[in-house]
Design a protein around this ligand. Sequence first.
Ligand code: NDP
Length: 453
Amino acid sequence: MSDFVKSLMADVTAKNEAQPEFHQAVEEVAGSVQVVLDRHPEYRSNKILERIIEPERVLMFRVPWVNDQGEVQINRGFRIEMNSAIGPYKGGLRFHPSVNLGILKFLAFEQVFKNALTTLPMGGGKGGSDFDPKGKSDQEVMRFCQSFMTELQRHIGPNTDVPAGDIGVGGREIGFLFGQYKRLRNEFTGVLTGKGLNWGGSLIRPEATGYGAVYFAAEMLKTRNDSLKGKTCLVSGSGNVAQYTTEKINELGGKVITLSDSGGYIFDPDGIDSKKLAWVMDLKNVRRGRMSEYTRQFKSATYTEVDRTMDHNPLWAHKADCAFPSATQNEVNGVDAKNLLAGGVFVISEGANMPTTQDGVDLFLDKGILYGPGKAANAGGVAVSGLEMSQNSLRMSWPREEVDGHLKRIMSDIHQNCVETAERFGMKGNYVAGANIAGFLKVADAMIDQGVV
Ligand code: NDP
């Protein structure tokens, strides 16, 4: 680590106490872009990195609502408007009890670079609440969403800040949020993405993150004249990203043998084919059940409960060729990374944001496997959100094939950009450096053009 990055990190840690995920995300990017700062003194003199790590605006607000028993509940709402150098703030909303300022700042920071990579004009933002939709009735979720939007609507708009979904925020929540925005502002605009198809949503948006992560893996494999056909894959999570990752892997001839939720994971050596996946989608999206129920339905599988006393997650210790972490941050630690390599995994495409801890990332880079970091590999979701914004502005909706074609091209362009940028800066095959540097350059140049703002 250079002296500059060391002193930057000391400052970041002191100013942003108790935000370890944010420190982790900044340190990774700062490490990657050191070489760029050395070659371009104008980025140093304009204090681009120092400005990029400071959100343009942080909103934090009270979200009061009443549960089905008539009791008053209070949650905390957030929106981090991180960077608008290349377009309106854009990034998801996360509803999960673990949500806090540090987690959302890390996500907003990552989003800035990811959005720049998509080639679409989108700045970076992220938001959410410590509200837990699990176990709540639809009415409770609706009342919460309405209260959340009653404050958020003052700060967002189709040309200002366009939120979308993330963990705990799917089609149901986006519907309730959009309804309340429309009611308060008396306007029908593309203020949120991930909308329903018959009220402004885009085809392929629900599929986009998962499909995109698989397209990215396919692009990485292509560099070795290989493909996903016949590959055994580990997938974690069982939500939006995991479901469509599984669907696309099946379509391309691979076999998915694991899925998980916060309670544990299932191992199905026969593969989670389209029939089993349809059952999982119904379980998770309609019945809102737990993965533990899978083994009652499919006898070929075993279920392993999460054991927090273990230093690793046994899901990552199964023999496989590819891994798609698609649940949450830091779900793959250094021990898991070793286990993945020992089990034969040589392709990792991250559907989740920052799912691998730094020691795990270092190990993957050291071994020279095909490692696609989240900011590049999961950019398909926000890319199709960008396409949803375009369709809303044009008041048109494009057919499925057209949106999927755009998604495929964007993922291939992101892959190419990462490869070329890493090579240009002397780090051939390092997709982490490629993604961080390519995203940084686009935003940095826009910031210089726009002066000290
Ligand atoms: P969902 O809420 O649809 O699903 C999340 C899945 O991950 C669930 O299976 C959930 O289990 C599990 N999970 C969540 N938190 C934890 C935790 N702390 N420990 C263990 N398991 C956990 O979210 P998405 O699929 O949308 O998001 C998954 C990841 O992908 C996140 O990192 C998100 O930021 C990232 N991402 C999502 C995009 C999108 O378009 N949706 C775009 C880009 C990235 P349980 O059901 O038990 O909570």
